[in-house]
Design a protein around this ligand. Sequence first.
Ligand code: NDP
Ligand code: MG
Length: 390
Amino acid sequence: MKKISIFGATGSIGQSTIDLIRRVPDAYDVVALSGGHNVAQLARDAIELQADIAITAHDARLEELRSALAGSGVEAASGAAALVEAASRPADWIMSAIVGAAGLAPGLKALEQGTTLALANKESLVCAGALLMQTAADHGARILPVDSEHSAVFQALVGERIEEVERIIITASGGAFRDWPLERLKTASLAEASSHPNWDMGQRITIDSASMFNKALEVIETREFFGVAPEQIEVLVHPQSLVHALVGFRDGALMSHLGAPDMRHAIGYALHWPDRNALPVARLDLAAIGQLEFRAPDLQRYPALRLAQEVMRRGGLSGAVFNGAKERALDHFIAGRIGFLDMASLTEEGLATLEAQPGLIDASMTLENVTRVDDLARRAVDQVVTQRTG
Ligand code: NDP
Ligand code: MG
């Protein structure tokens, strides 16, 4: 039996992972499941899958979790330290699907036990890519991509040599507002930004898809994962979300990965790797689809893509600043304090403020320093929001 843990089990990726596990319960021994506010779901799944421990990120939810688990034999715990402790419990495969920088500490701890980490939590790679990669190398651990584009690239690279890669093209649906006139974006509401044309995902990544902050994170994720230069990474708008990525080789050949927009594809690939097992995903009928559409991204519409280039050029801890500022700007948008386009301008201001502080971005990449600049970036954004809103 494969021992597994799922961090962020109550979320969209977590639930898709559990859906795959549930189909072959005898194949898996579940060690830890984690969630946040959705304690009822966490307890239900932990009991059904007979997990050793269930952890909520929030201490205020511990009592509720305890009573939901009473008599089940599943241990209950809460808080950031408990998440890290659970990540140190031996497992063969660990899903990292917490949303945001909060996924970094448990992810690092998981790597320290030399396990296979299925990484959906792209924010941790953006904040601390070199640290994650080095930790994996030091402990003989493996990181497998779960983001659909990166899983696609990973699959296109099987049997290939990275030195022969000329470029990596990741596709983007263009999000909820791809066909809106630019002027109208200013007034985009939370409800409008929270619906995705193709994918069913958590609210935060859905809004990040509308602004293309998600693609900006993914460009940086591509660089960290595959070690290619920023100028080798391209973004291509592909409204149908069927071609997930393409890898171009030095002989001009392009290898691509196509599949239905269903995250169980990438999760299943990481779960069964290096094998391919049957997956309950729709098969593409290309004759019925008829045409595939592609276009270049409009950088005016998606300033986040330009910011990603600046972050890669700057290096150091600027990824952590970028992500922290973006996460906080998104909090403010969700809370109704700022408009849709303000997310990009706030993130840009946050980046500029922290880059101006001598030595900050160039401090060594440790968990402590990453956490510190993440916090400073969030505070810088709060300050600008207070100034702007009075
Ligand atoms: P969701 O918002 O659906 O789920 C997030 C999970 O993290 C939930 O279990 C949530 O708990 C938990 N959580 C939230 N905040 C914290 C915190 N501060 N500390 C610990 N746990 C927390 O997100 P998704 O499943 O959509 O995304 C998860 C990750 O996967 C993200 O990094 C995202 O970018 C990435 N990803 C997602 C894709 C998708 O299709 N959804 C595709 C590719 C990548 P609760 O809900 O109980 O509060
Ligand atoms: Mg993706």
